[in-house]
Design a protein around this ligand. Structure first.
Ligand code: UN1
Length: 481
């Protein structure tokens, strides 16, 4: 166990002080320094990859029972400590306390799910076309996996990458997000006491440009799983393809929520407000484009505007708060700039968008709603990643579908309708990896595949049993006896 200081990396089973530190600041209260965390150099990545490489074969040989025990134990500890970890999450990232605890709960369940998956990993045995020959198709770990995660889900996303990596027998080098490394550090501490052989799991804290880059470029890292921006995803893809490593990239969305005339208005409004503004809109699954048919448009806009006027924006740890702060000053400035861009493009700002002051100094912003927007506007094309949504008025379902698909992203697409016909058609024709019918575009289950099409994702799906596709390689064996 670590001695209480958090500016450490976990390398080869040892807690090693990082060469420098970065401060982790509470976005709800800038006077609250959550802690000082490691800021590492390439050297620490080289050491971590070497440590992982040394034990990866040993872990690849571990039994399903050993893997189950480790993963189940990690899940149990996370669930037992969910209030404490959820509190840290809310403090370092800015989502509300119930959201922080909910996310921690999800992380615990993910480890439990993959504990079971370790026991269920099956192969296939198929008769050969040649007499006396059997063909066996088995899955094997890929070796050392690099895991690079974002700040917006600082425990769930590390969990849904690390748990399958270990479940399928790989060794890991993990870099938590610089803006919210606290949850990643706690996860590493839990993993370090889980019974995993030393070196199977390593954590190196630091920046994407130094630590992330070194992980991506290391010849012994067989695959990189990354969630973050399109720009960084592109760089990782180029590097990994060059050296023929596997990649799994999740890079955001510009998710449409279609609201048809026959939708239940109250349900549609709740879904839109949840999808667009909860977690301060900082979800790659957020509903940032509300595509609404003419007959319900005005009633829907009035009701959403009325609802967001009453959302309580405040300190993430305050029990009254519904919308926490934006994560950092840079993010806030970027979102404020998009609000200006929207106004200059001729969109009608019905409500919000301005910076707010609260008792404690933080990055608070009023949820913003634009109406009378068009698909060509930048606010409808680029991912804003904040509490901003825009309404696009359309005449009918066909136009709604075509606007919904008119994006370079394809993560999640939602529809509010009471028509089975439109729901089924949308399921088929929405160009997205996930379709939500009468549900928010954000907020997914932990045991089923997650991922998108087009610019949102690259590589095979995350989560559920589908994660095996990335974390294993298939071997086909021919046996004659
Ligand atoms: C969710 O909506 O429940 O970074 C999960 C993100 C996504 C996770 C969203 N990868 O926002």
């Amino acid at each position: 166990m670590n001695n209480g200081s958090v500016n450490t990396n976990l390398i080869g089973g040892a807690w090693i002080t990082a060469p420098a530190v970065i401060q982790n600041i509470n976005p709800s209260d800038l006077s609250d320094i959550v802690g000082e965390y490691g800021h590492s150099e390439e050297q620490q990545v080289l050491e971590a990859v070497a440590a992982a490489n040394t034990v990866s074969e040993k872990w690849a040989d571990s039994t399903p029972q050993e893997r189950f025990n480790v993963l189940d134990g990690i899940g149990t500890e996370i669930l037992a400590r969910k209030e404490e970890i959820g509190n840290l999450l809310a403090r370092e990232e800015g989502k509300t306390l119930p959201e922080g605890i909910g996310e921690t709960n999800r992380a615990g369940q993910i480890f439990k799910f993959y504990a079971g998956e370790a026991l269920r990993l099956a192969g296939e045995k198929i008769p050969s076309i040649r007499p006396g020959v059997d063909v066996e198709i088995t899955r094997q770990p890929i070796g050392v996996v690099g895991i690079i995660t974002p700040w917006n889900f600082p425990i769930a996303i590390p969990a849904w990458k690390i748990a399958p990596a270990i479940c399928y027998g790989n060794a890991v080098v993990f870099k938590p997000a610089e803006l919210a490394p606290g949850c990643g550090w706690i996860l590493a501490d839990i993993l370090s006491r889980s019974g995993l052989p030393e070196g199977v799991f390593n954590m190196v804290c630091g920046s994407g440009t130094t630590v992330g880059k070194a992980i991506t470029e290391h010849p012994d890292v067989a695959g990189v799983s990354f969630t973050g921006s399109q720009a960084v995803g592109h760089l990782i893809a180029m590097k990994c393809v060059e050296r023929k490593a596997k990649i799994q990239l999740e890079m955001g969305g510009k998710n449409p929520l279609v609201v048809l005339d026959d939708a239940d208005l109250d349900v549609a409004v709740k879904i839109a407000v949840n999808g667009a503004y909860f977690s301060t809109g900082q979800r790659c699954t957020a509903s940032s484009r509300l595509i609404v048919t003419e007959g319900i448009h005005d009633r829907f806009v009035d009701a959403v505007a009325e609802s967001i006027k009453h959302l309580r924006v405040g300190n993430a740890l305050d029990s009254e708060t519904q919308i926490g702060p934006v994560v950092s000053e840079d993010q806030l400035n970027k979102i404020l700039e998009y609000v200006e861009i929207g106004k200059n493009e001729g969109a009608n700002l019905v409500w919000g968008g301005e910076r707010l002051t609260r008792e404690t100094e933080g990055f608070y912003q009023a949820p913003a709603l634009f109406t009378e927007t068009t698909p060509e506007m930048r606010i409808n094309k680029e991912e804003i990643f904040g509490p901003v949504a825009s309404v696009i008025r359309v005449k009918d379902y066909e136009e709604a579908l075509s606007v919904a698909n008119d994006t370079e992203f394809g993560l999640s697409a939602g529809i509010c309708t009471s028509s089975l016909k439109y729901a089924r058609d949308f399921q088929k024709r929405a160009d997205a990896g996930m379709v939500m019918v009468n549900l928010p575009t954000a907020g997914v289950d932990y045991h089923v595949p997650f991922g998108g099409t087009k610019g949102s994702s690259y590589g095979s799906r995350e989560q559920g049993s589908y994660a095996a596709e990335f974390y294993t390689t298939v071997k086909t064996t021919y046996i004659y006896s």
